[in-house]
Design a protein around this ligand. Structure first.
Ligand code: NAG
Ligand code: NAG
Length: 509
């Protein structure tokens, strides 16, 4: 719906435009500069078209004047030259110039979705600030970036998650001058193009590190508004011809108005839908000029109400495993949660519903990649389910065959094609057929270099690593090197654990 509405709004604004006063002809150098400018910002269609006829030039100028709400003189007059010299976004004006008197052709519209705009096919996206502008406080920049993403997530179904290292869907980077995006995209020092970004699913926004960035209302370029705008591009939004839009190519100013205009909101909802819970929330732009006064108390107050759906994120769980579709199963008390491969956590479900007869508070669980069955351990007993069916002969007294009572963790270990039970300083390798401990086991946990005793659960992730969990920590185990290669806090550092709410409550500084 955003397309026609955008067009209508642009036309409304056009009608209000006044005819231009007569202007002296521009110097030849100015004309060439204007031509290069219009080329860079996509006013001649495909780049590299060479020189342009006077008619093409006039047409391009009128398109630019339409997008920037100048009188449609088609002449390189003083207001147009002035407008071209203003700081702006370095991303081209693509389709926004096509809105107005001409209806975008079918081919153009196709290009908009296929190549130009594009979208993400998931709702949970990670972002990372790769480096920092030199003279701003890092925690203020981090708050501003978070608020910039929140603008978009508050009005759509998107959810964002900051990661502090490693890969991320969207990366924000500060660069000097030429930075391998092509000469057209080289940064130009203070003024001119302040930043640019790529459409999905490249996930890159670049900022000119030579700008005097600021997070306050006074001097300098407001980094918050520029980040918020560039994030819009990384989500698939193009420049908007609506003057009050955040996605206008000339960055808007913070005022008592909302940062996002209707046009921005409709455009993002057109791609990703409305927010799933509650309605769209917006704050007046002025609020975002005081990041120095923000603190997490103020910010996190209404997040106190922790959602039940991710209750496991804020406490410890009993056991965890994953299945063939990379769904995670997290067990706690008499409930379990399923976290899909997209990182979406289900509401808590009663254990009984999926595994009739299973008691609450299990010690360990493993899903077997060999048989596709779920194994549960509690006390000295074990249960085996094919789907929701408890197999004949279960529950059974597994401790009678040498398995440890109250195992800490169970894991199907692909390397051995066996179940492994961990208990204190030892581990036991168990055959699925006999459910008996294999010869020469138990052995010392030292074989699992770097792994602490007493883990709560483990799973093999689709990245090929085995992850062990204990309290709020995880250990990432390399199956080839047979050693722990990383450790950290699972709720905030492993997006696939589904703890998006936990992350937003994270203390930021
Ligand atoms: C997003 O909505 C929350 C309330 O759910 C609010 O506290 C927060 O300030 C909003 N963020 C922005 C950037 O508008
Ligand atoms: C998340 O899962 C719920 C059901 O558990 C579903 O309604 C919702 O559409 C899912 N959201 C995404 C983004 O996959």
């Amino acid at each position: 719906m955003a397309g026609p509405l955008r067009a209508a709004l642009a036309l409304g604004l056009l009608a209000a435009a006044q005819p231009a006063p007569a202007q002296p002809a521009p110097a030849p150098g100015q004309r060439r500069q204007a031509e290069l400018f219009l080329e860079k910002y996509g006013y001649f269609g495909e780049p590299g078209a060479g020189t342009h006829s006077p008619a093409e030039f006039t047409e391009a100028l009128r398109d630019f004047q339409r997008v920037t709400h100048l009188p449609l003189s088609g002449v390189l007059d003083a207001p147009t030259l002035h407008q071209m010299a203003q700081p702006r976004c370095g991303t081209d004006d693509g389709e926004s110039r096509a809105v107005g008197t001409r209806r975008p052709s079918a081919a153009r519209r196709r290009r908009r979705t296929a190549q130009h705009g594009g979208r993400w096919y998931k709702r949970h996206l990670t972002y990372r600030v790769v480096n920092w502008p030199p003279y701003l406080l890092q925690h203020e920049v981090r708050l501003a970036v978070r608020a910039a993403f929140e603008l978009w997530s508050n009005v759509s179904s998107l959810v964002f998650w900051e990661v502090q290292d490693g890969p991320a869907d969207i990366r924000l980077t500060f660069f000097h001058g030429d930075h391998n995006d092509g000469l057209n995209n080289a940064f130009d020092g203070p003024g001119g193009a302040l930043a640019h970004a790529f459409f999905p699913r490249r996930g890159e926004a670049h900022f000119d590190s030579a700008e005097r960035w600021s997070l306050h209302s006074g001097k300098g370029r407001n980094l918050f508004i520029v980040v918020a705008h560039e994030v819009g591009h990384t989500l698939g939004l193009e420049h908007s011809p609506v003057k009050s839009a955040l996605m206008s190519p000339y960055y808007k100013k913070l005022s008592k108005d909302f940062v996002l205009s209707w046009d921005d909101i409709l455009a993002v909802q057109n791609l990703y839908g409305k927010p799933s819970k509650g309605s769209a929330i917006q704050l007046p732009g002025k609020v975002f000029t005081h990041f120095q006064d923000w603190n997490t108390d103020l910010y996190g107050r209404d997040q106190q109400q922790r959602s039940l759906s991710t209750y496991y994120c804020h406490s410890y769980f009993d056991a965890i495993t994953s299945d063939a579709d990379h769904n995670l199963y997290i067990f706690k008390g008499s409930h379990y949660w399923v976290v899909s491969a997209s990182g979406n956590a289900s509401d808590p479900q009663p254990l009984e519903r999926h595994w009739p007869g299973l008691p609450a508070g299990i010690d360990a669980c493993a899903w077997s990649q060999l048989s596709g069955k779920f194994y549960f351990f509690k006390g000295g007993r074990c249960w085996r389910y094919a789907g929701s069916t408890l197999e004949a002969g279960f529950p059974r007294k597994c401790s009678a065959r040498g398995l440890p009572r109250h195992p800490d963790t169970a894991l199907f270990f692909q390397q051995l094609r066996r179940l492994v039970l961990f208990k204190g300083p030892k581990y036991f390798v168990v055959s699925e057929e006999t459910l008996a401990v294999e010869p020469y086991y138990p052995r010392s946990l030292r074989d699992w270099q770097g792994l602490p005793p007493g883990t709560a659960g483990a799973l093999t992730h689709r990245d090929g690593f085995v992850y062990f969990f204990r309290d709020d920590q995880f250990w990432k185990f390399d199956r080839a090197k047979l050693q722990v290669v990383a450790t950290g806090k699972w709720a905030t550092q492993l997006p696939w654990m589904g703890c998006w709410d936990a992350n937003s409550e994270q203390v930021l500084f």
